[in-house]
Design a protein around this ligand. Structure first.
Ligand SMILES: Nc1ncnc2c1ncn2[C@@H]1O[C@H](COP(=O)(O)OP(=O)(O)O)[C@@H](O)[C@H]1O
Ligand SMILES: [Mg+2]
Length: 224
């Protein structure tokens, strides 16, 4: 699903990614662990097309998603590519406060130019899957932390992305809500063959994923 080679990232003279290779298979749930500052979020942003690696010609950097190379795309094409192919879940749900849960989840479909009638059934079934069907018309301020994160997961899933990147998705949840969200990731993988890359400090989650990658000082130190 993802093949990446020689990812480097500099902020000024600070090298925060020092040649990362990563290979992720379809329907794999991968965790990335490592100390704060190791470069986990930077890597996720680059794999997710939200940021670009440094000096790609010098390092002969390559990244493909489902066989498609995207590093050469212009920003506008890249936005479209991201909207169609990639979902994100962040530590803070980042839902828009003035919209209801359902409207937040439908937003990526509107950006993709998909008519509401084509996706409304899917939206409803995601709300069912994620146990938030009773919260469709609530605004984010009326949702609990766990509910907000599940709405954010529904939003990440609505366009049937090839991959979902989650950056400490349960970092702000209590352990009960965190466990429930973790279980949902595995259920969604089983039901939709969804591929997930999850950055986490939760060792129970990390140990239960298909593969745990450990980052240290800008490198993955346990890559096979
Ligand atoms: N926009 C930025 N400008 C300068 N330095 C940054 C920027 N983003 C991240 N860094 C630095 O890059 C390193 C890796 O950060 P990050 O990828 O957020 O690590 P992690 O997610 O593993 O905690 C850190 O030293 C951080 O301070
Ligand atoms: Mg981080």
């Amino acid at each position: 699903m993802i093949r990446a080679k020689n990812i480097h990232k500099f902020y000024g003279t600070l090298e925060v990614l020092k040649g990362v290779d990563i290979h992720i298979k379809p329907a794999e749930v991968i965790s990335i662990v490592g100390e704060s500052g190791a470069g986990k979020s930077t890597l996720l942003q680059i794999l997710g097309t939200l940021d670009r690696p440094s000096d790609i010609e010098k390092y002969q950097t390559e990244i493909t998603l489902d066989g498609q190379s995207f590093l050469g795309m212009k920003d506008k094409d890249l936005s479209k590519f991201r909207n169609r192919n990639i979902g994100f879940v962040f530590q803070n749900h980042q839902l828009l406060p003035e919209f209801t849960a359902l409207e937040n989840v439908l937003l990526p479909t509107k950006i993709a130019g998909i008519a509401e009638k084509e996706v409304i059934d899917k939206a409803h079934s995601l709300f069912e899957d994620l146990n938030i069907a009773h919260r469709l018309h609530h605004k984010p301020s009326e949702l609990s932390g766990g509910e907000s994160q599940r709405v954010a997961v529904a939003r990440a899933l609505i366009n049937s992305p090839k991959i979902i990147y989650a950056d400490e998705p349960t970092g702000n949840l209590d352990s009960k809500n965190a466990d429930a969200l973790h279980q949902l990731f595995f259920d969604l993988r089983d039901k939709y063959k969804q591929t997930f890359v999850i950055v986490t400090h939760n060792m129970v989650l990390a140990e239960s994923t298909d593969r745990k990658l450990m980052m240290k000082d800008g490198q993955i130190i346990n890559n096979k």
